[in-house]
Write a protein of this length. Structure first.
Ligand code: ADP
Ligand code: GN1
Ligand code: MG
Length: 370
């Protein structure tokens, strides 16, 4: 199938799922960097039913069956918890719509893998924090997500992307991309490469502590960027955590750090004007308060102490991933313009440098809140 499937192709795919009504409109949707996402509107006897139809990224997710087993089991588990608490499972978590043959996803004749979720209507995603209250809600929701999954049988989860947040392994991949320089781009980004290389000793801090058993392995989301949470239009409350492809055992610091990276930056992830990018300390404080609350006292003193390191390392790690992708020719993260991955890497490194400048302030905030 071509890169942009036609309505007819998509309609055929959609028809294989247990949906209400017949497909009327199918349009590209959202700003994810990984999967191809469509809003699918179906007509059912005069009423509209909406779904999210996604083509999973096969070059990233090597085992779609294992991935979808994780998503189906985790969402079924969350639905039970939400119902027990009197919440609305149809709006507060995702639900896997099965294919007509009872599978969690469909593999078409071209080896594309597709899945469907009910569209959670009257919601919006934030690409940038608009006010501190939203970011606080987001922090409580992500902390709470980790709490909810604390009793989930972690051993049943498949590792959908091996070594996803293993920063030393990410560093090795980055170094390989620099050494191979397959696109001949390294000479134009020497300053960025040197910035990343000089911080190599930091890469091991969290994984060493994990290996020594000083940091607990938890079930974490691992991709807690701002646009992976849906807000309710009427209440403007954080409603539903989405993008569950990387729910796996991990460190709480990964989830904390990835949200700071995206939500506490004053600029967009791909902002070309670096003067607009810095760490907003007040948003850092807001998120920390919310996350501690959401985790309900479950974080250990060492986890709390290391929250600034979580923020810095997740930002650094994302920076080297973007830069490596730029060096190999933009094969992983979707780009919509030339040099977008380079701009993304630059914003992450600018944020890392700013965090290093504001290190004492971050530590002081953590001391005050703990
Ligand atoms: P990616 O892995 O590419 O980031 P996501 O699963 O995060 O893909 O989906 C991309 C976007 O689609 C989200 O940021 C959100 O805007 C929207 N989205 C995904 N699932 C739903 C849903 N069930 N209801 C409403 N919007 C959704
Ligand atoms: C990707 O899927 P999405 O767009 O929410 C990526 C994250 C990165 C992020 C950078 C599976 O997230 O790890 O931090 O882009 N997801 C995967 O914006 O690699
Ligand atoms: Mg996403």
């Amino acid at each position: 199938m071509s890169q942009s499937p036609s309505f007819e192709n998509l309609e055929t795919v959609a028809a294989a799922f247990c949906m209400e009504g017949a497909p009327k409109e199918i349009t590209p949707y959202g700003n994810g960097h990984i999967n191809d996402t469509y809003l699918l509107v179906c007509e059912d006897g005069g009423t509209e039913k909406k779904y999210i139809l996604q083509r999973m990224n096969r070059s990233i997710f090597k085992n779609p069956a294992a991935l979808m087993e994780n998503v189906a089991n985790v969402t079924a588990y969350l639905r039970r918890l939400i119902s027990e608490k009197g919440g609305d499972p149809d709006r507060e978590t995702l639900q896997v719509v099965k294919t007509k043959s009872g599978e969690n996803y469909l593999e078409d004749n071209y080896h594309n893998c597709w899945r469907v979720f009910p569209f959670i209507d009257h919601t919006f995603c934030l690409e940038k924090v608009e006010n501190a209250g939203d970011f606080y809600d987001c922090a409580v929701a992500f902390g709470n997500f980790q709490q909810q999954l604390a009793s989930y049988p972690a051993h049943t989860l498949h590792e959908t992307i091996p070594l996803f947040h293993h920063t030393p392994s990410r560093f090795r991949d980055f170094k390989k991309a620099v050494d191979e320089d397959s696109m001949g781009r390294a000479s134009m980004v020497q300053e960025e490469i040197n910035f990343a290389l000089s911080r190599e000793p930091d890469t091991r801090v969290l994984t060493d502590l994990l290996e020594k058993g000083e940091l607990p392995l938890r079930v974490t989301h691992n991709d807690t960027k701002l646009n992976n949470i849906l807000f309710d239009v009427s209440t403007r409350k954080a409603l539903c955590i989405i993008d569950l492809d990387t729910v796996m055992p991990g460190l709480s610091l990964y989830d904390f750090g990835d949200s700071i990276r995206t939500g506490a930056s004053t600029g967009a992830e791909d902002e070309p004007d670096l003067s607009k990018v810095e760490l907003d300390l007040s948003l850092f404080e807001t998120f920390t308060k919310g996350f501690l609350k959401g985790c309900g006292g479950s974080l250990t003193p060492l986890e709390i102490k290391l929250l600034p390191m979580g923020a810095k390392l997740m930002t650094y790690e994302c920076g080297i991933r973007f830069l490596a992708d730029f060096l190999v020719g933009d094969t992983y993260f979707k780009i919509h313009r030339e040099n977008q991955n380079l701009d993304r890497a630059r914003t992450q490194f600018k944020l890392v440098a700013d965090m290093e400048k504001k290190w004492e302030d971050m530590e002081e905030i953590i001391r005050r809140l703990s």
